[in-house]
Design a protein around this ligand. Sequence first.
Ligand SMILES: Cc1cc2nc3c(=O)[nH]c(=O)nc-3n(C[C@H](O)[C@H](O)[C@H](O)COP(=O)(O)OP(=O)(O)OC[C@H]3O[C@@H](n4cnc5c(N)ncnc54)[C@H](O)[C@@H]3O)c2cc1C
Length: 508
Amino acid sequence: MKIAIIGSGMAGLTAGAYLAKAGHAVTVFEQFPAPGGVTATVTQDGFGWDIGPLLVEGFAPGDKGRIILEELGVSDRAPSVHEDRGLSMPEFALWHPKEYEGPYWRRERLKKLFPQESEHLDRYYRFYDRMMNLTSLARQAESARGLAALWLKLRMWVAFQGVKNKVNWNGAQLMDHYFESPVLKTFFMGIVADFVTTPSEFPALGVPSLHLETAFDKRIPTFPGTRSAQTAYSYILGGCQKLVEAVMSVIIANGGKVLTSTTVKRIIIENGRATGVEIANGHVEPAERVLVSGGMKEAFFDLVGREIIPAELITQIESNHMMESVLMVQLGIDFDPTPYQPAALCYYYKTQDLEGTVRRLRSGYFHEGKGGFLIYFPSLHSPALAPAGKHAVTIYTIAPDILAEGTWSERKEELADKLVAEAEVHVPGLRQHTLTRMILTPEDYRRRTAQKQHSFGGVPPVIGNKPPAHKTPIENLWFIGAQSESAGGVLNVMVGAQKVAKRIIQGE
Ligand SMILES: Cc1cc2nc3c(=O)[nH]c(=O)nc-3n(C[C@H](O)[C@H](O)[C@H](O)COP(=O)(O)OP(=O)(O)OC[C@H]3O[C@@H](n4cnc5c(N)ncnc54)[C@H](O)[C@@H]3O)c2cc1C
C-alpha cells in the first residue's frame, strides 16, 4: 500500500519503519527542515544538546523500546546507558550513596531528615510497594495468554484490593493522607509540576509510577531482570538524534522517503475515507492509509476539518486539558561541573506551592526559574557532545506558551539570563564560563512541532483527560503520537506507533 505519514517525530518514524519493513511504500512528510520532531539533537560551535527528552525509560535490554529497535534491526545504532538522577530541594539534596544501601535508602534518609514522619514514610512506602506489585502484574499480563493471563488477572484483582480505597483520590489528597510536612509532599509530588499538572489534578494511584525509586539509584534491580514495573532509565548515547537516525534508516533502506520542509495542509477525505494528503504547494499525494501525528486540534480541526469530525470527537478533543511549554537554555562551558552536580541530571525543586505555580503559569505568568528547573550535562555520558575538556549544559523549566507580559521574542534573552542565574546558585560560574548559548522558547517549539499552542509532553495525566484513539472515525486515517491514546513520552509514542503499524500490517 501507499502510506502517508504526517510528522517525523518518534511516532511517525516508528510507524513508518514497521510499515516500510513490511513492504509498504511509505512517505513521511515533515514540515520542519530537519527530521526528528522534539527528539532531535541540535548543535552549535562544537557542542550538542537534546531539545526534548533527556533520561528516557524503556531502552534497557529487554524493555519495550529496546525490543522495538531490535525488531527493526537497528538496536546497535542507538546504544544507551542505564543511569539515575539527583533531586535537590531548598532544604536538602539526595544523591545516590557511593556504596549501594539497598532499594529503600531514600526512605531511610528521609526518616533521618524527618524523624517525626518516620511511621508516615513506612506507610507511604508500603503503598508504593503495593502499587509496584499491581503495575508489575499488569505489565506481565500484557503478554500473557490463556490460563497464565487469567491467573495474573486474579492476582491483579487481589493486589488492587490493597489500594482500592484511593482509586478516586487525587495526588494532593494522597500526600495529605500520608504526610504532615509540606516539604515531603513536594518531594514526592514535584515531578507532577513538570507535567504542568497540579497535585489535585493528578490521580493518586499514579504517584508511585511517576516517582520511581529506580530513577534515583541505578543499582536498584529493575525490569526485566526483576519482572518488576520498576523500570530502568537510560540516556541515548550521543543524544536522542541517534534514535531518530536509527529508526529513519529503516524507512530509507526499505525504499521509503522522509521529506523535510514539506508541510501537509490537508488530509483528503472522500466518502468518509482518507485517500491522501495535500502538501503546501498544492500537490496531492494519494495514499491508501494516512497516519497523522502532532497536535490533536491541528490534526482533526485543521488537516481534516471540523465539518467532517463527529460532534462527540470534537467535544472530546476540546475537553482535554493540555500542558504548556518550556524555556530551554543550552550552554557550552569550559569547566568540569561535577564538583557541584555529581550526576548528569538533577531536578531542582524550588517551591512548595505547586498548585499556585502551575495555575499561574497557565495564565501566562512565568516563574522565571524560581519554581524549579533541571540541569543536565549530556557530555558527561556522551563526550562527543562537547569539545575535549568542555561540557554541554541544558537548563530547562516549564513555561507558558504565551506570556502575560511581552512576547517570547522580546523577552527571550532576559528570561534566559534569569534562568541561568537561578541555575548558577547550584553550579557557580555558568555565566562567566559560557562559550556558546542557544535559547529555545515556546515560539521555537511551536515552529518545530507545528502546534499553534505548544504543549510539550503530550496530553498530561490529568484526571478526566481522554485523548483521541489511534483509530479515527474516518476510515484509513490513524492518529498517533504524544496527543493520541499513546500519551506523551518517547517510549509511549513508539509503542503506540508500533501497535498501529502492526494493526495495519494485519489488514486493518
Ligand atoms: C522539553 C521536552 C522534554 C521532554 N522530556 C521527556 C522525557 O524526559 N522522557 C520522555 O519519555 N519524553 C519526554 N518528552 C516528550 C517526548 O519527547 C514526546 O512525547 C515525543 O517525543 C513526541 O513524539 P511525537 O512523534 O508524537 O511528536 P513530535 O516529536 O512533536 O513530532 C511531530 C512532528 O510532526 C511534524 N508535523 C506536525 N504537523 C505537520 C504537518 N501538518 N505537516 C508536516 N509535518 C508536521 C512536526 O513538525 C514534528 O516534527 C519531552 C518533550 C520535550 C519537548
